[in-house]
Design a protein around this ligand. Structure first.
Ligand code: MAN
Length: 347
């Protein structure tokens, strides 16, 4: 059952609301923001996906070259070596490319609904060979030691999880790749349990196993071990093809509550919840049988890649989760949940 209370102001942000950051590009999509409070305001760390303005007969997209400069690659749409059936990824002569280049960009708000561009705070672009196709879907953990950012690093050789750290959103300390390929959907717990840090991550095991949510522990948030699988996809259910963690888990009096995404083989993305033991988060107490949110609004069904609700950021105030999400991989939206209501829906 869909128990999300969507903002009547949705979508809050669409691609034409911002100016492209890269010269000669258009913004194709705004996606999946990290969310945090800073300087008395509510901030979104948007994933912005840009590409050159498209011409009819060719598909063109940006990549970083070896010198860290953006170059445009183009393929003719009628080239028999091109597979462009997915709007997100194209394949040419056995090599996959992304149709857009994503980077991270800050917007802020005083009411959580009207967001404005923060031009004083520079965007965060991919750097180096492991991010040459960009960086995506950044989770923001607001910890006692500062903000920790976990995001997907994409390049022709890998998809993995990167970590960086900041206190002021101007200077970033980059820690490199913390979960090697293929891995994404990494969400850090915002506090220690006992003497360890914890994180969810999503390795993919293509032959045996699948796209499952794992838990790892660390003495320093940089070196991770003791990996355990805590949730798998479920046959014939809404989350039968892939699952992945959303934002940092929420501490409740029943345990750690994690909102996660699940997709079926038609790439329909819904949200559900996991409840984990407060002292031992590898122990799953309950899990949504039905999604708590499904792509049912028009802006969630039609867009760059339709039938998607995808979240990796929220704020919590008492019983209310103010969740921000990407709809149809194109626009940014907000919805509220009651923690009590989610907990009551779990089996
Ligand atoms: C993947 C990621 C997300 C995206 C969904 C739906 O999980 O690339 O960023 O929102 O697919 O396309």
């Amino acid at each position: 059952m869909d128990i999300a209370k969507r903002s009547p102001k949705n979508p809050l942000l669409k691609p034409t609301d911002l100016k492209p950051a890269i010269d000669g590009m258009e913004i194709a999509c705004l996606l999946n923001p990290g969310v945090f409070r800073y300087d008395g305001k509510i901030w979104l760390l948007l994933r912005v996906a840009e590409r050159p303005i498209q011409k009819d007969e060719v598909i063109s997209f940006p990549v970083y070259n070896e010198d860290g400069k953006i170059v445009i690659l183009s393929f003719s749409k009628d080239d028999p070596d091109l597979n462009a059936s997915d709007p997100r990824v194209i394949s040419y002569k056995g090599q996959d490319y992304l149709t857009t280049m994503s980077y991270l960009r800050l917007v802020s708000s005083t009411d959580g609904l009207m967001f404005k561009d923060e031009t004083e705070y520079p965007p965060i672009f991919g750097q180096g060979a492991l991010e040459s196709f960009g960086i995506e879907d950044c989770r923001v953990a607001n910890t006692q030691e500062g903000y920790f950012l976990t995001f997907t690093e994409v390049s022709p050789i890998a998809v993995g999880v990167g970590l960086m750290q900041t206190d002021d959103w101007k200077i970033y300390k980059r820690h490199g790749m913390i979960f090697p390929p293929h891995n994404k959907d990494c969400a850090l717990f915002e506090e220690k349990i006992g003497d360890k840090y914890y994180a969810f991550h999503r390795p993919s095991s293509p032959e045996l196993g699948g796209n499952y949510i794992w838990l790892a522990e660390s003495p320093d948030r940089i070196h991770w071990g003791n990996h355990k699988c805590i949730a798998t996809t479920r046959k014939d259910m809404w989350d039968c093809a892939r699952i992945g963690a959303g934002a940092s888990p929420i501490k409740t009096n029943k345990g750690w509550l994690e909102i996660y995404h699940g997709a079926d083989c038609n790439h329909r993305y819904c949200l559900g919840a996991l409840l984990l033991d407060i002292n031992n988060p590898s122990k799953v107490i309950a899990r949504s049988v039905e999604p708590i949110m499904e792509p049912i609004a028009s802006y969630e069904q039609t867009g760059f890649f339709g039938n998607v609700v995808f979240t990796n950021g929220h704020l919590v105030d008492g019983d209310i989760i103010s969740m921000y999400y990407g709809a149809s991989d194109e626009v940014i939206c907000q919805a509220e949940f009651s923690i009590t209501e989610i907990l009551g829906s779990l089996k």
